[in-house]
Design a protein around this ligand. Structure first.
Ligand code: MIC
Ligand code: SF4
Length: 641
């Protein structure tokens, strides 16, 4: 049977299940990655499995999210990560070496292999033809232990590209165009495969920008073919041996085909506070801007920053604008400097930040009150920048650089043509900031600081739940609403009791206190609950606060898995109107829960309304067992596969 790219990789890694959309499949995982903000939990979880060493082909821990170290907490986390990785056979990418997805693309991603990472933008590696998924830390811990990664077999969509991007229109505009077409939930339950003649015009970093932003569509992952352009990229990185050719069979079938003509695209911009709130840059032209940030795992490659440098060369940024540049990796920074482009960037008045996530995750460089910030990032969720009323717009590096010069939103296609330097035939390679694991792991002592608290244990799902609807929220609630990040909170990712004080802070600051007092509670929500990040803290912390069940109109994929992994029951309203009737404060009673989840339908009695309604849940037998055992960790420890 002819296959798509994803189907080819899946069939080679299939441990169990049928490759039919909607069926549960178990995949063998070749590589894993973690980052520091989710990594500490993942390794604490791995430790409890009692294994001497990871069983994957290659595993790596990056430190890129929280590198400020304002206080001992972070430094302790980094020391823990360095020692725990050395002990268990995991490579360690030191702080300053770069953003996980950029470095992984450059140095470690391999076409045709599988990767899971405790970060939702792990599909960036799909730019290289790798099948890469974002997952909760617990799933990554299990994969490091040699366990399978379970997903629901997605549908496969194809985006058929024709034409060629015009100068100053870029890969970011392709992503924004697809978000405009599909919305932030349009990719849920699907893998997005990119094909068509237009693919031949896109470099690997450009493809990676596009697969990176597939996460914002809610897609399970995104993938490009591995072709001569992939080979050339790997050879520039001194890794031609990792190349394998990979493409879809000509008569492969797709569940949906979307056509995009690259030559027709215009520079686009996503307005606050959602990546799919897309309009043309031209329609907002002359809007004054306060701040511009260039970087993040979406747009921080050498190619991106060389373009930015060429636009800024011999010019000065507008005085109303503050411009930051965070190169994606030390390799990018080194080469920018070797080529003189860094001087052009700095001479324009830009501020250079570390090769890390930085402002993307609210680690500094927050906008002024009500400030307009143009960012080359992938997310503009409300409050994520660190300024509650900040207005964040997502743009390409070209639009960002053009607007930095004028101080107002500017369509870069109005700029005079510029000379963009060619990429060198060989990249500068220095992996000295990636520490290999110790040869004798047993001798390594794990270093822990007082900020690293044991993670709380989940309780087995009881057969009857009576609890208050502690919080009612609307549609598209992101993980940044549930468990915010930022410079103030991120240092507590290994300290759940402290972190819990900030849970749902964006929606209702009284929630943590009320939940703790209640001891047991339920959350109700609209569509696409838990979109965004893979942070398992968005399930772990509510679990710690006593949340036993979330009833929503629909859920995001990674978050559903995280809820189950931490023993929280995800239920979907059978009739969306029931959502309107339940209010915060109502007392809800779920009876015969075990039988209900086995039958896929649970009765919920609203004591306040004296009325019952029904919820559905399509949980596999494995997921039901995980919930009944009180989460994936208990399940795995008791021999569950
Ligand atoms: C994000 O972009 O939201 C993050 C921060 O990278 C998260 C991970 C996290 O919350 O630690 C993600 O995308 O999964
Ligand atoms: Fe880091 Fe931002 Fe990318 Fe998340 S989206 S990995 S915070 S750069």
């Amino acid at each position: 049977m002819s296959k798509t790219i994803a189907q080819k990789i899946i069939s080679k890694h299939l441990i169990s299940g049928e490759m039919k959309a909607g069926c549960e499949i178990a995949l063998r995982i070749d590589q894993t990655l973690t980052q520091d903000a989710t990594g500490t939990m993942a390794y604490l979880e791995f430790e409890t499995m009692g294994l001497p060493k990871v069983k994957t082909e290659f595993s790596i821990a990056y430190v890129d999210h929280n590198t400020l170290q304002c206080g001992f907490e972070n430094a302790d986390d980094h020391r823990y990560l360095q020692s725990v990785t050395a002990k268990y056979g995991v490579h360690y990418s030191r702080p300053g070496n770069g953003i996980c997805h950029q470095v992984h693309l450059e140095r470690f991603g391999v076409p045709g292999k599988t990767l899971i990472g405790s970060d939702s933008h792990t599909p960036t590696a799909g730019g290289l033809g790798m099948l890469a998924f974002g997952a909760g830390g617990m799933d990554v811990a299990v994969a490091m232990g040699g366990g399978a990664y379970y997903i629901t077999m997605p549908k496969i969509y194809k985006v058929h590209l024709t034409g060629k991007l015009r100068p100053f229109v870029s890969a970011k505009d392709v992503s924004l165009e697809l978000l405009r077409i599909l919305s932030v939930k349009g990719g849920v339950g699907a893998i997005i495969e990119w094909g068509g003649p237009g693919v031949d015009t896109l470099s690997v970093p450009e493809r990676a920008t596009i697969t990176n932003m597939g996460t914002e569509l809610g897609a399970t992952t995104s993938i490009f073919p591995s072709d001569s352009i992939t080979r050339e990229f790997l050879s520039m990185q001194g890794r031609e041996k990792d190349y394998v050719a990979l493409s879809a069979d000509p008569d492969a079938e797709y569940d949906r085909i979307i056509e995009i003509d690259l030559s027709e695209l215009k520079p686009l911009i996503a307005c606050p506070h959602s990546p799919d709130n897309v309009v043309t840059v031209e329609s907002l032209k002359n809007t004054p801007v306060d701040q511009i940030c260039i970087g993040s795992c979406t747009n921080s490659s050498l190619q991106d920053l060389l373009k930015v440098a060429a636009i800024l060369k011999n010019k000065t940024i507008a005085k109303n604008v503050s411009l930051s540049i965070s190169p994606g990796s030390r390799q990018v920074l080194t080469m920018l400097s070797q080529q003189g482009a860094l001087t052009d960037i700095l001479a324009s008045g830009a501020r250079l930040l570390e090769c890390a996530c930085g402002p993307c995750i609210g680690m500094g460089f927050s906008p002024n009150s009500g400030g307009i910030s143009l960012r080359t990032f992938n997310r503009n969720f409300c409050g994520r920048s660190g300024t509650a009323d900040g207005m964040v717009y997502l743009v390409s590096p070209e639009t960002a650089a053009a607007s930095a010069l004028t101080g107002v939103i500017t369509d870069p296609t109005t700029l005079p043509e510029i000379n963009i330097p060619k990429l060198p035939a060989k990249f500068s390679i220095d992996d000295s900031a990636v520490l290999p694991p110790a040869s004798d792991g047993e001798a390594v002592e794990i270093l822990r600081g007082p900020n690293i608290k044991e993670f709380p244990k989940a309780t087995p799902l009881s057969d009857s739940i009576r609890a208050e609807n502690l919080l009612k929220v609307g549609d598209n609630i992101t993980t940044d609403h549930i468990m915010p990040a930022g410079a103030k909170i991120l240092p507590y990712r290994s300290n759940v009791p402290l972190l819990s004080q900030y849970c749902f802070g964006v929606c209702d600051t009284t929630f943590p206190e009320r939940a703790k007092n209640a001891g047991c509670g339920i959350i109700t929500a609209g569509i696409n609950y838990g979109q965004g990040s893979s942070r398992e803290h968005a399930a772990l912390v509510p679990m710690y606060l006593g949340i036993r069940c979330v009833i929503a109109k629909s859920f995001a994929r990674i978050h559903t898995a995280n809820l189950i992994n931490f023993g929280i029951l995800p239920l979907t309203f059978e009739n969306a109107e029931d959502y309107e009737k339940i209010e915060q404060g109502h007392i809800l009673k779920l009876k015969d829960v075990h039988r209900g989840i086995a039958q896929g339908r649970v009765e919920v009695f609203d004591e306040t309304l004296d009325k019952s309604f029904y919820c559905t849940c399509s949980l596999t037998e494995r997921q039901q067992s995980i919930l009944k055992k009180g989460g994936l960790l208990n399940y795995t420890k008791e021999g569950g596969k």
